[in-house]
Design a protein around this ligand. Sequence first.
Ligand code: CTP
Ligand code: CA
Length: 225
Amino acid sequence: DPDPEAAAVLAGRRLLLTAGPTVEDLDPVRYLGNRSSGRMGYAVAAEAQRLGMRVTLVSGPVNLPVPAGVERIAVRSAEQMLAAVTDRVAQSDLFIATAAVADFRPREASLEKIKKRGDGGLTLELVQNPDILAEVAARQDRPFVVGFAAETHEVERYARDKLERKRLDMIAANRVGEEGSGFDADCNALTVLWPEGRHEIARADKAQVARELLAVIAQRFRNRP
Ligand code: CTP
Ligand code: CA
């Protein structure tokens, strides 16, 4: 059953969240992608909806059903994800960035399929994508802002650095690249950090982790300035 304390704080509030990978087109048939399954974000969306939140999920391409009662906006690239978020962020009370946004995209997508030329290789020129989370956090009228951090090492140090650098209210860090946790996995464990505290969420299935994360967010959200 939904956690009554979290529901008391969050019911009726509007949640905007990003989920899944972004895919960055190289040509009409190829793209750069990553191994995000979208399951953590979809689990957060489903649990938030159960708490009575009004949930909008801006999602990159994933193989997951839309949780009941959740509005999904489907996008492909980081730039499309930013546009969809920018359109809706002013009407949001809480923003959670679970998406594995591609840091880089090809400088330009070829309109025609890229062909081999002789025996040579291919050098791609990549440019940096906008940071959707940092742009939301930099707004004057910002919602309560929660980021994620996927790290292979020194998880807490890098996550706290992102919390401060992007001026987030909270960040949920997980170790990736290990068998059975994080990216492309059923289970997850999170270290949740905010400027004056931390909370460990033990390894569990993503629905359980999502419930605990929303309970921690609700406590901080209630005490926000
Ligand atoms: N994020 C985002 N837009 C980007 C990159 C990241 O919104 N262009 C968000 C992610 O959704 C996540 C958080 O920022 O909530 C941290 O993502 P992460 O990839 O861990 O951090 P980066 O700032 O991209 O740094 P790096 O990948 O170099 O560690
Ligand atoms: Ca990144």
